[in-house]
Write a protein that binds this ligand. Structure first.
Ligand SMILES: [Zn+2]
Length: 259
């Protein structure tokens, strides 16, 4: 079921049912490298949750298309809500649904910058109401299902996913080569905000455009993406997420401690 398609009268018993799993797709509107659409981070969770809804009995909220993208704002088209705003948004979503009975939340997230806000608001609602809150980050779960599905921002993994969910939005023929301006000889970028120093990876906190002028960077450059990779990966993600919600529904709510 889609929350947006129900009247409040039809939504009432669904929310009141303790077995209902509420699924919240969220992402970001931000640069995704040389060819990735600005909507990559929310278009993928929207597609995943649509597919989950066809196969499982869940209640899906409208997708949240904005997130915390503070480090991407030098790139045109990026819309950053900031951490405080996203905490307030997530608090509003959890609190208003919990007020009418919802106790099982699964957030299907497309953007790592959103994690702290989801976790803060999620912990609050868990403590206040005993709700169970799970956060499914598809890009970090994918390489755990298959090591070949390496992860990075706006590079091959996300482009491959987009080639499956919205192939009309990706033009790999128009993909410039990735440029990397290393910090110095001692520090090589491994991902957008990560540098390798003497074999270990360290976070680097700064605006991204100076180091990676085209935006996307990580495991594999965008031009390595294939539609087959996207199809295999997205199928595996939908299978995994659908199985997850079915078993999440069975967890006894009175198991919750630390209220
Ligand atoms: Zn992304």
């Amino acid at each position: 079921m889609k929350l947006a398609h129900l009247s409040w009268r039809k939504a009432e018993p669904v929310l009141n049912n303790p077995d209902t799993v509420v699924v919240i797709p969220i992402g970001s509107t931000e640069q995704h490298g040389p060819v990735g659409p600005l909507g990559t981070d929310w278009l993928i969770p929207e597609w995943i949750t649509n597919e989950m809804e066809k196969r499982t009995d869940i209640l899906v909220t409208p997708v949240i298309p904005f997130g915390v993208a503070t480090h991407h704002t030098s790139f045109p088209g990026t819309i950053d809500m900031g951490l405080e705003t996203l905490i307030a948004v997530m608090r509003g979503v959890f609190t208003n649904l919990a007020k009418h009975g919802a106790r099982r939340f699964v957030v299907v997230n497309g953007h790592g910058g959103n994690d702290p806000a989801i976790e803060k608001a999620g912990l609050e609602i868990a403590r206040e109401t005993g709700a169970l809150v799970a956060l499914l980050n598809w890009w970090s779960i994918a390489p755990q299902l298959n090591k070949a599905w390496t992860t990075g921002h706006g590079d091959a993994q996300e482009v491959a996913a987009m080639m499956h969910v919205h192939p009309e939005l990706v033009d790999l023929a128009d993909c410039p080569k990735t440029v990397v301006n290393e910090l110095s000889e001692d520090f090589a970028f491994t991902h957008l905000s990560a540098i390798r120093y003497k074999g270990a990876v360290v976070k680097l906190v700064r605006d991204l455009k100076r180091g990676i002028p085209q935006g996307g960077f990580g495991g594999l450059a965008s031009e390595n993406a294939t539609a087959q990779w996207g199809a295999d990966m997205m199928t595996a993600i939908v299978d995994y997420f659908s199985a997850f919600v079915e078993d999440f529904r069975k967890v006894p709510l009175d198991r919750i401690e630390d209220r």
